[in-house]
Design a protein around this ligand. Structure first.
Ligand SMILES: Nc1ncnc2c1ncn2[C@@H]1O[C@H](COP(=O)(O)OP(=O)(O)OP(=O)(O)O)[C@@H](O)[C@H]1O
Ligand SMILES: [Mg+2]
Length: 278
C-alpha cells in the first residue's frame, strides 16, 4: 500500500504528530519541516529520502532529543521526547570520531550517560567491537582506519548503549560501492539480532529499498511528506529482481518527478572535528 494515511499501529514506538520546525535565519524564519506525521512500529525499519535541505537530519535531531524547539509532538512509547535518552542512538551524517581518542574510547562515548562501572563499560565496548568486526583495532586511532572502519566505529558508538531505536544519517555516504553493500548487509544482520527499530536517512534509493519496510519521500521547502512507499519484498532482497527495479523506478520518479531534486553534497571524510553532539 502506498499512502500518506497509513493506518495507525497498535503500539507505535515512535509517533511524530504534526511536527513542524522553524529556524531563525538572518533575522527571518526558515520553515524546515511542516506537518510531519508518522507512526513507527517497534522493530520497523524506515528510510527517509529527499533532496538536500529538505529536513532529514533535522527530523533525526528532533527525535534523538538534541533539539527540543519544535511544534507538534514527538512521542516515544507514548511519552513526549524532552531530551536525549539511552533508548535512542544516533549515527551522525559525518562520523564525528574524535581523532585523539582510540577506537574503544570513541565507542565508549556512547556510554557517557549510562552510569556503568569501568568493567561493565569495557565489556560492553568489547561486545560492540566484535559485533562490527573491529577486533584487533581497539587501540587504533581514527587516522589509522579506512572509511568503512571509521563508519563501523560510529555505528558501534550508536549501538553501545543498546538503544531500541537507532537513527542513521547517511551512514554509508562516504563509502565505495562494495564496502557500502557489506555495511548494508551488516546493518540488516544487526537489526535482525537486536530487533531494533531503525530510521535511516539516505540519498541512495537502492539502499532504502534494500533495507527498509517503508520509505518516506520528503519534498523540500518546507520539508514535508510527499509519499510513503511500502517495501513488501522478503529478505534477503535481490537488487536485480524485477520488483526491486520497479520500486526503484517508482521512487526515483517520486524524487525527481517535479525536477526539483538536489542531490546531497558529496561527503568529504575526516573533516576537522569542531564539535560532537554527545
Ligand atoms: N541550525 C540551523 N540553523 C538554521 N538553519 C538550519 C539549521 N539546521 C538546518 N537548517 C536548515 O534547515 C533545512 C533542513 O536542513 P537539514 O540539515 O535537516 O537537511 P537535510 O535534508 O539533512 O539535507 P542534506 O541531505 O544536505 O544533509 C535547510 O534549509 C537548512 O539550511
Ligand atoms: Mg542531512
Amino acid at each position: 500500500m502506498n499512502s500518506l494515511t497509513h493506518p495507525p499501529f497498535d503500539t507505535p514506538i515512535v509517533s511524530f504528530r504534526q511536527v513542524g520546525k522553524h529556524f531563525a535565519v538572518d533575522g527571518g524564519e526558515l520553515e524546515a519541516i511542516r506537518d510531519f506525521d508518522l507512526d513507527i512500529r517497534e522493530g520497523e525499519s524506515i528510510a527517509i529520502v529527499g533532496s538536500s535541505g529538505c529536513g532529514k537530519s533535522t527530523l533525526l535531531r528532533l527525535l534523538v532529543g538534541l533539539d527540543t524547539e519544535f511544534s507538534g509532538e514527538i512521542l516515544v512509547d507514548g511519552q513526549p521526547v524532552t531530551g536525549i535518552g539511552s533508548e535512542r542512538g544516533i549515527v551522525f551524517q559525518e562520523h564525528r570520531l574524535f581523532p585523539w581518542l582510540s577506537v574503544e574510547q570513541n565507542i565508549a562515548l556512547g556510554l557517557a550517560n549510562e552510569g556503568l562501572t569501568q568493567a561493565e563499560r569495557f565489556r560492553r565496548v568489547e561486545q560492540l567491537v566484535q559485533l562490527v568486526g573491529l577486533d584487533g583495532f581497539q587501540r587504533a586511532y581514527p587516522h589509522q582506519l579506512s572509511g568503512g572502519m571509521a563508519q563501523r566505529v560510529a555505528i558501534a558508538r550508536g549501538l553501545v548503549a543498546s538503544p531500541r531505536i537507532l537513527m542513521l544519517d547517511e551512514p554509508f555516504g562516504a563509502l565505495d560501492a562494495l564496502t557500502r553493500q557489506q555495511m548494508q548487509d551488516e546493518l540488516l544482520a544487526i537489526r535482525e539480532r537486536a530487533g531494533i527499530t531503525t530510521l535511516l536517512v539516505t540519498h541512495d534509493v537502492e539502499e532504502a529499498i534494500f533495507l527498509a519496510d517503508r520509505v518516506v519521500v520528503l519534498e523540500p521547502r518546507p520539508g514535508r511528506i510527499k509519499r510513503i512507499v511500502d517495501i513488501d519484498l522478503p529478505h534477503p532482497r535481490t537488487r536485480a529482481s524485477f520488483e526491486f527495479h520497479q520500486l526503484r523506478e517508482e521512487l526515483l520518479h517520486e524524487l525527481t518527478g517535479n525536477g526539483e531534486y538536489r542531490a546531497p553534497p558529496v561527503r568529504v571524510e575526516d573533516l576537522p572535528l569542531a564539535f560532537i553532539a554527545y
